[in-house]
Design a protein around this ligand. Structure first.
Ligand code: AMP
Length: 414
């Protein structure tokens, strides 16, 4: 029997990755222009890291963690998200007092039920701004998010945004929500009854009609947060509402425990059921929760598989491609030297060597199929005379016999 990949862990082939590469280049450009630099943390961490940050009551830690005991009987896991690791790394390096503008990328792992747009291994690119209090950094990150959309040609999207107040406001609201819902718990959907016990704020996220009906009369977050926070949220929305579709959404709490202050999520109607492709917010308490000193933190993460679906850009210029056909019977080290010299002479050209044996005709067919603009043919006679055939593959293209030196010159100046 053939061995299969794990469920929800897709392979990515070159044709799948074409768009990923465009996406990565564009994002790198934007991160550079914001002076935001890359950090790489391990894929595996102690399970405790996520229990203490993302939260024991969250779905991610409760049911979705890829955790197991290592040979030393320690509970470790594949990371389900990036923020906790980044904060852990900065605390470990004792740099909580500095300012950091960081980005990261890579695979994340969650044991979810796979479906379109939802995988067990998926990828995120995220940004973390550390050491900046509530204020300009919120504006800066929303501005960055707009740049990303513009650069990727994404037009159909909505930014949902909310303010969760500080930790006390969150706590008070939570208590009040529980006292409101508890007497009517029977009317809540079964799933939400469980949430009310483990993580009451998540009830607000519920997609169940019966729950949403009940919530209409429930206490509202806005009544628990300070005037200052409300003002901040309003000003932030007003600053961007001419440039994008940005809406306050009071039911937006986001799944993870660690958020306080501004939270946001971006959705697109082009995505179907899993419509969120970017999520973020502020988590000023996370450093303390992980045993670090006080450190402001705000960030966001993009679901790469989902944003790739929305991508509306192409490579602007395709590099030239030249096929390299060795038509001789013998393997000769001279031919390989030529291929290497050509590559050193002009790196902007793709030199596609045809490595298997075959007739000249079949090689030419292959070169056409691979979209080569030109081919170089070296047979036994050419090799003897230090020459090569240069052939233009466009319609009515001609061919010429060149010395190796002329060939390098032509290739250099193509
Ligand atoms: P979160 O860390 O849950 O806020 O997720 C941030 C983004 O990652 C989401 O908006 C999704 O685009 C993406 N994402 C989360 N979980 C998955 C998954 N299982 N498969 C694919 N993308 C995901």
């Amino acid at each position: 029997v053939k061995i299969q990949s794990l469920r929800g862990m897709p392979d990515l082939f070159p044709e799948d990755l074409e768009k990923w590469h465009i996406f990565e280049l564009k994002l790198l450009e934007i991160f550079n222009s914001f002076n935001t630099n890359e950090i790489r943390t391990p894929l595996v961490e102690f399970t405790e890291l996520f229990a203490r940050s993302v939260g024991n009551s969250s779905d991610i830690v409760n049911k979705e963690l890829y955790s197991f005991l290592d040979r030393n009987e320690e509970s470790i896991c594949l990371r389900p998200e990036g923020s906790a690791s980044v904060i852990r790394a900065v605390i470990q390096k004792k740099q909580e007092q500095d300012k950091h503008k960081l980005w990261y990328q890579g695979p994340m792992f969650r044991y979810e039920r796979p479906q379109k747009g939802r995988y067990r291994q998926f990828h995120q690119i995220g940004v973390e701004y550390l050491g900046f209090e509530e204020g300009t950094s919120e504006y800066e990150l929303i501005a960055m998010v707009l740049q990303i959309h513009q650069s990727l040609g994404i037009q159909d999207y909505t930014i949902k945004i909310n303010h969760l107040g500080d930790a006390q406001a969150k706590e008070k609201f939570c208590t009040s929500l529980v006292s409101f819902l508890e007497p009517q718990i029977e009317e809540l959907h079964e799933k939400d009854q469980a949430r009310l016990k483990s993580n009451p704020l998540r009830v607000l996220d519920s997609k169940e009609k019966s729950t949403q009906e009940l919530l209409k009369n429930a206490p509202k977050f806005q009544d628990f947060i300070s005037e200052k926070s409300k003002r901040f949220l309003k000003d932030l929305v007003n600053a961007f509402k001419d440039q994008c579709n940005i809406q306050i959404d009071q039911s937006l709490v986001r799944g993870l425990d660690y958020y306080t202050g501004i939270v946001f999520e971006i959705v697109s109607t082009e995505l179907g059921a899993q419509d969120a492709f970017l999520g973020g917010g502020r988590y000023d308490n996370l450093s303390n929760q992980l045993g670090g000193k006080d450190m402001h933190a705000i960030g966001f993460a993009i679901g790469v598989e989902r944003i790739i679906e929305l991508l509306n850009v192409k490579h602007t210029s395709q590099p030239l491609k030249v096929g390299f056909i060795i038509a001789g019977e013998q393997i000769d080290k001279k031919t390989y030297k030529i291929a290497n010299d050509l590559r050193s002479a002009n790196k902007s050209i793709i030199l596609d060597t045809f490595l298997s044996e075959g007739s000249l005709k079949s090689h030419l067919r292959r070169a056409n199929k691979n979209n080569c603009n030109f081919v170089i043919i070296i047979g036994d006679d050419e090799l003897k005379n230090n020459q090569a055939i240069w052939k233009d593959l466009c319609e009515d293209g001609d061919q010429e016999l060149l010395s190796f030196k002329e060939l390098i010159d032509k290739y250099t100046n193509l």
